[in-house]
Structures are given as structure tokens and as C-alpha cells.
Ligand binder design. Structure first.
Ligand SMILES: [Zn+2]
Length: 202
């Protein structure tokens, strides 16, 4: 006589949201589910055997991941953090400009362009002026601390480079600009030599 015995995992959805799927490589919806195991005899789930653990399933490719995958930022969240880091850093650069009015205008225009290029096309001189008026060094420190763990060395150098080009738009680095850029390098975990290299670049 054959007795068909097995273990079946019954999953139920306990939440959903957006995550970055490492399997199909994009921001996707996910379904988070928890499982319970049952001893099955002749196709009938008879005896509960406890929890099977929770997982996350991609709504596009259906790959199942451990819930730890939710700790990674989505591309959308990363883009927003990077945009805010660029914005805060170039605002810091503009805030210390005390040169001739013409140089200040050029630096401000470069700052507006940098923020637009970072993903905020509506950014303009009025918004920059408001940002400069409200700026504190702590704002920049927070913005850089948020993005730093998610950027490669090249990404961190690029961020300092964006601010450096804004500072250089006035013709030369102001000593106050160097203080800001080296401090930003420290906050991003870049050594002084790497910041020197960025500041010497085009
Ligand atoms: Zn996927």
C-alpha cells in the first residue's frame, strides 16, 4: 500500500511595496509573504509544522528573495539622495561667494545648472537664493552622510567634482571653496590626495 506523504509550504501575502530587484535589475513592486509548513497525506494538509520563513517576490520576474533585499535602496531613492547631495553642496559653494558681482553671477548660474543636471530641471535662481538663505553646514553634512555609503569612490569623486566646477566657474578657487570641498571629501571618506586630484581636474 502506498501512502503519499509530503510537506507543503502554504504562503500568504503580508505586504507589498517597491524594491530594487537584483534578479531583473530595476525598481519593481514586490509581494512579501510568510509561509507555514504542513504535513500532507494524500494531498490533504493535516499537521502544521511551523513557519517556513518570510520572503519577497518580485512582481515582474517572480524571483523570490530574502527580506534582507529590502535594505538596498531603489534606484529612485538613490537618485533623490544624490540630487539632494548635489544641491546641498553647490548651495554651500554659492553661500561663501564674496567676489565681484559678475563672478558671483557666474557661480550662481553654474550652481543652478548643476542641480538641474542632477535631476531637478525646474531649479532656478530664485530657488537657489532661497536655498542659500536657509543653508546651514549641517544640512550638507547630513546630505553627504546619507549618500556616502551608497556611492563608489568614483561616484564620491564625481560629487565633489560637480561642486568644484561650480566653484571654478568664477575663475579660480576661493580659499573658502577649498575648505568646503576638502571638508566634503572628508565627509565622503575621500582622502586628501583624491580631493587634490579632483580639484586639479578639468
Ligand atoms: Zn525581478
Amino acid at each position: 500500500m502506498f501512502v503519499f506523504v509530503g510537506i507543503r509550504t502554504i504562503r500568504s501575502a503580508i505586504g507589498d511595496g517597491e524594491f530594487h530587484c537584483p534578479a531583473c535589475g530595476g525598481d519593481r513592486r514586490y509581494r512579501k509573504g510568510a509561509g507555514r509548513r504542513r504535513l500532507v497525506v494524500f494531498g490533504v494538509a493535516l499537521i502544521p509544522l511551523g513557519r517556513a520563513g518570510s520572503g519577497v517576490e518580485c512582481a515582474v520576474c517572480c524571483t523570490r528573495h530574502d527580506v534582507a533585499v529590502l535594505e538596498a535602496l531603489t534606484a529612485r531613492a538613490l537618485t533623490l539622495l544624490l540630487r539632494e547631495a548635489v544641491r546641498s553642496l553647490v548651495v554651500a559653494v554659492v553661500a561663501v561667494v564674496h567676489d565681484e558681482p559678475h563672478d558671483a553671477d557666474v557661480v550662481r548660474a553654474a550652481a543652478v545648472e548643476a542641480v538641474r543636471s542632477a535631476g531637478m530641471p525646474s531649479y532656478d535662481a530664485c530657488t537657489l537664493a532661497a536655498d542659500v538663505g536657509a543653508h546651514t553646514a549641517q544640512d550638507t553634512a547630513w546630505a553627504l552622510a546619507e549618500i556616502a555609503p551608497h556611492l563608489s569612490v568614483a561616484g564620491r569623486e564625481h560629487l565633489v567634482g560637480v561642486a568644484a566646477r561650480v566653484a571654478l566657474a568664477g575663475g579660480a578657487y576661493d580659499p573658502a571653496h577649498r575648505v568646503i570641498l576638502y571638508h566634503a571629501g572628508d565627509q565622503l571618506g575621500l582622502g586628501r590626495a583624491r580631493v587634490d586630484h579632483v580639484l586639479a581636474g578639468p
